[in-house]
Design a protein around this ligand. Structure first.
Ligand code: 6PG
Length: 249
């Protein structure tokens, strides 16, 4: 497993630019290679500015929106209008501003009364869009992820039994550590099947977990378990989040 590529930029604004560029580059090369671009967006706050930049006329005009298919790496157990909805954040920052066909944006029904059924429904949608059969994994062109200060990524939290999931592509999880414990997440097999994964982290509060995750051998920290064997992994960091990393040779 090749070591992740480390890209360190000056500050959050530069990270947003670099993340927007990475999405654009992944989109254009995916469409050139196989006619469409499939992406799993990250939630949380870090990616918001990158989404806003991608919605800017200069960038949006060059994106292949008609051939872009958007999923979410994870979702909270809330509806799309809720301020904590990952879909809601991406919709406000990006999806409502660009000409992506609405039927090509797939959100988890976080508001569902039956989370297990909502997770199964999302897994069925993944299989339909990717044309995968039982036991096959969807291979995203790009998966964007963040990392929490406890080392979680998507909604894969330390110690969660879902970290051992090898078959299901989507899981409903109860994350006691999270503000909204009801969560939905793509599982590690899906995240690690991706052609490209970019993990985003900014700020001094992430420096310790970034160092720990990059030093971890994928044994305990979920973010360290992101290791796509047939994909390209990049940790995109600003200087503050990279501050505790050993100097690169
Ligand atoms: C979520 C996210 C989660 C996020 C990290 C980092 O639903 O919370 O998917 O995995 O990426 O918690 O969040 P920040 O970007 O807000 O630091």
């Amino acid at each position: 497993m090749p070591a992740p590529q480390l890209t360190i930029v000056a500050d959050p604004a530069a990270l947003a630019e670099a993340a927007a560029d990475a999405i654009f580059e992944a989109a254009t090369s995916a469409v050139a290679a196989h006619g469409r671009f499939t992406v799993a967006l990250a939630g949380g706050s870090t990616p918001r500015t990158a989404y806003e930049l991608l919605a800017s006329p200069r960038r949006s005009a060059r994106m292949p929106w008609a051939r872009t298919f958007v999923f979410f790496g994870d979702e909270r157990g809330v509806g799309p209008e809720h301020p904590d909805s990952n879909y809601g954040m991406a919709h406000a920052a990006l999806l409502a501003k660009v000409p992506i066909p609405a039927e090509q944006v797939y959100r988890v029904r976080g508001e569902a009364q039956d989370p297990e059924e909502a997770a199964r429904e999302y897994a069925r949608t993944l299989a339909e869009v990717f044309g995968t059969r039982r036991g096959e994994l969807p291979r995203f062109d790009l998966v964007l992820l963040g990392v929490g200060v406890d080392g979680h990524t998507a909604s894969l939290f330390p110690g969660s039994p879902v970290l051992k999931e090898v078959f299901r592509t989507v899981a409903a999880v109860h994350a006691t550590a999270a503000e909204i414990p009801q969560r939905f997440t793509l599982t590690l097999p899906v995240l690690n099947a991706a052609a490209r994964v970019v993990v985003l982290a900014t700020g001094p509060e992430k420096a310790k977990i970034v160092r720990a995750a990059l030093a971890d051998k994928g044994t305990s920290l979920p973010a360290a378990m992101i290791a796509p064997p047939e994909g390209r992994l990049t940790w995109l960091l600003d200087r503050a989040a990279a501050a505790l990393l050993p100097p690169t040779p």
